[in-house]
Design a protein around this ligand. Structure first.
Ligand code: NAD
Ligand code: KPL
Length: 307
């Protein structure tokens, strides 16, 4: 019997995964916040729409609420990092022992918090470079092809059946024993690029006009990664940051877009996590800490949460 893919967080990335899995004929069920949200989904016709360059696809997908007690064997957590722990805690008692739980959150910190809430589940961390955004309720645009790395820091054995289903669904991915290296590397890239794009109010490419600021942050981040036992994530960080800035020059970073749309950012799981790790290791990061303070003040000045 196939395991149902329960999707917690029917936002951009959750919908992107749900529609591709459903399109491949795999059993998928959305977990919505409450009865009101479920009623909205049913009134909409119980389907999600995936918009790609090839056109629109409409997929009928089941849904339930967080308080439905049916057991869950496989869960994809696609909430923002700041919502993940509480959302998972609400359905922790429905997870069967050994349930597979994929955590799609960006940054670091939320994964450990979720894993601590569900010690009997197998938590699989993911780091994704795919891009999607919501065009309307229950409709997502696949904006950027990318890749998803998956791994379990506690157990290197790949979950073969799950990976085979991702393959069938056409979700580009690879299992890695070094998922923490991937997550730290992405965190460092995001810390070096995203806050500066918010504070300078610019596209990624415009950061080439601030070479000293970028270089100083990369230098501190490289030291932090080494100090945290992540030398592979530290390797050639500055070169890669410059490569990403050039390759995404015309884009606005995800944090820039969050701020522009008045949405809460994931600052605590990026800069906040880096600064807290530095403090634990008594490693000095004066520029990164100053960047964290400036960003928090900027967010507060816009009426946005700074945690
Ligand atoms: P999103 O805001 O579009 O979707 C999150 C969804 O979770 C929302 O629909 C929200 O209502 C839902 N949610 C929150 N709490 C819930 C709860 N208690 N019960 C049920 N639903 C709940 O976010 P997103 O852009 O899909 O991002 C999700 C994660 O993936 C983030 O950590 C983000 O950084 C990461 N990510 C996103 C992209 C992307 O292109 N969107 C790419 C890479 C990584
Ligand atoms: O991941 C990104 C983001 O915008 O969140 C990039 C493009 C790498 C910039 O940090």
């Amino acid at each position: 019997m196939m395991k149902t893919w329960h999707i917690l967080g029917a936002g951009s990335l959750g919908t992107l995964w749900a529609t591709r899995l459903a399109r491949a004929g795999l059993p998928v069920c959305l977990i919505l916040r409450d009865q009101a949200r479920l009623a909205q989904y049913r009134n909409h016709g119980s389907h999600l729409t995936l918009v790609t360059q090839e056109g629109c696809e409409r997929l009928s997908i089941d849904a339930r609420t967080l308080d439905d007690h049916a057991p869950i064997e496989r869960l994809l957590v696609a909430c923002k990092a700041y919502d993940a722990e509480q959302a998972v805690a609400q359905l922790a008692s429905h997870l069967v022992p050994g349930a597979q739980v994929i955590l799609l959150q960006n940054g670091l910190g939320s994964q450990e918090a979720v894993a601590a809430r569900i010690p009997e589940a197998r938590c699989i961390f993911a780091s994704s470079t795919e891009g999607a955004f919501r065009e309307a309720d229950w409709q997502v645009r696949f904006a950027g092809h990318g890749f998803t790395w998956l791994g379990d820091a506690a157990d290197p054995a790949p979950p073969s059946a799950l990976l085979e289903e991702l393959h069938c669904a056409g979700i580009p991915h690879q299992w890695t024993p070094d998922i923490l290296t991937r997550l730290w590397r992405k965190l460092a890239l995001n810390c070096a690029i995203n806050p500066l794009t918010v504070l300078h109010s610019c596209r990624n490419g415009d950061l080439l006009q601030h070479p000293c600021e970028v270089a100083t942050l990369c230098d501190e981040l490289t030291g932090l990664l080494q100090c945290c036992g992540q030398p592979a994530a530290a390797s050639d960080l500055h070169e890669e940051v410059l490569r990403v800035i050039r390759a995404t020059a015309a884009n606005f970073s995800s944090m820039y877009q969050d701020v522009a749309h008045g949405r809460r950012t994931e600052i605590s799981y990026l800069l906040g996590y880096a600064c807290a790790a530095a403090q634990r290791h008594q490693y000095a990061l004066p520029h990164l800490q100053q960047l964290h303070r400036r960003l928090a003040q900027h967010l507060a000045s816009k009426g946005l949460r700074s945690d």
